[in-house]
Design a protein around this ligand. Sequence first.
Ligand code: TEU
Ligand code: CA
Length: 559
Amino acid sequence: MKHTWYKEGVVYQIYPRSFQDSNGDGIGDLRGALSRLDYLKNLGITIIWLSPVYQSPNDDNGYDISDYRDIMTDFGSMADFDAFLEGAHQRGIKVLMDLVVNHTSDEHPWFQASRSPEITPYHDYYFWRKTEHPNKKPNNWTSFFGGDAWDYDATKGQHYLHLFSPKQPDLNWDNPRVREEVKEIIRFWLDKGVDGFRCDVITIISKRQGLPNGRFRLVLKGFEHYANGPRVHDYLKELQRDVFSHYDVMTVGEATFISATDALSYVSEERRELDMVIQFDHMNVDSFNNKWIIIPWTVRKLKNVLAQWQTVMAKGHGWNCLYFENHDQPRSISRFGDTQRYHYESGTLLATYLLTQQGTPFIYQGQEIGMTNYPFASFDDFLDVEARRIYTLGKQSLHLSDKFLFKTLSYMSRDNARTPMQWSNAPHAGFTTGTPWMRVNPNYESINVETALKGKSILSFYRDLIAYRQSHHTLVYGEFQLYLKHHPHFVVFTRQDEEETFLVVLNFSPRTIALSLPRILCNNHWESVMSNYEKRPIEQVIYHPYEIQLFRKVVSSSQ
Ligand code: TEU
Ligand code: CA
């Protein structure tokens, strides 16, 4: 297997709006992020993924870009960006930008020109369709955020396609001019020195010719006509050939609803259209059919889904992107752990799971201190465009009860991940001296960086485990093998190469339980090298709630 920096790295995602405010306007910014680089360095982070910082009217917090070569006024200036990039590089930290090119903002000059009733070269930058009547849609596709994927533009007298919000019209990648524009944008940032991109919804950029109607689905009708669409591989190869291959970069593509086998068509070492993909299988363990139909998750399902990705990527020479959180997901400790009694234990268990699999681990801001979901009190607390659209859809079209909608949104809404970073127990958690754009989680008084830095904490565990991983490359490259597939509470796996063998044991339950290890593992001599309780011999089989033990195989008496 090829060894490279991005495989050995640990990524930290900054959602700039909620990370650190520097000027008291209540909005996180680049100067603020710059001031926290030492914190990230001390944590052991080697790569930052910066969620979009480009000029944007903020319908979807920056995922709707109106100028790809300028910085959002809220976040500062290009000089601030340059200072941030330089500050990161000085500390040996690489920076990935978020490349959002499936769509632009409707306020982007291309779209403004495109919507003109006159024929302009920009007409074909987007998908415009004429129907007999404004109320008749060109096809039955629905949007990721609920409702129709088409909006009628009165100026032009036509409908345009938007797979996300109406303020995010989809770009027409079949137009070679669009692809050239995208390449120019990528070069602009690479020439500035950025180290790669997280490519937003990149697997849906190619839509089937003729935009045929989709089959019936509860949500997202039309999906089969653009997910891993007909020319997506051609377009990504073109980007590789013309741009990425000329730089030493890392690319990670966001890939909704992709199977591990499908993923290989993007990331296998032979194809290398992308270096890795952000997959969703393990994020779907607590929902059915779509993310809003919530069901209980099980340890069995979670570990088997993750193990499948481990195995398929290894066999097919691909590489995993490991994550439990990002700005679109609820907080992992609220989802898979225990935010009350076993906050430390379950937070460190999730850290261990994340950092001991094969792949590049991604940590989302606040995850390292065990930030939790927000205690929503009313519908007004939901600020996210998706939450608001889902609410309207649920209420008006599906006639769902407020109680049901409130419960569902409280659990799954993306707002959970977007509350300000909790730095200290100062007012507004030290995020801002002004009024934060989004309310701080009231638990900041106990869950915050300053407190966590004082002693044993989820944060110190992350730091120690990252350091351990960086000095034991078996945890990066070693072969993965799952044991006790059917056990309802334990996750047990090994990581192995010529140099070392590790055995990871996670008790994913709030109870004290006994583990009986498969005989094959008992034939070895193991020593515990890390635990969230006490390190102890493998023969002691009683595991505390959410206990983890990281064992290392002892090969000779001298070691
Ligand atoms: O997300 C796309 C996506 O598929 C989902 O994760 C999405 O957030 C939503 O939950 C679907 O129900 C990416 C970005 O990560 C997200 O923040 C943007 O809103 C979206 O693309 C549009 O750019
Ligand atoms: Ca600010």
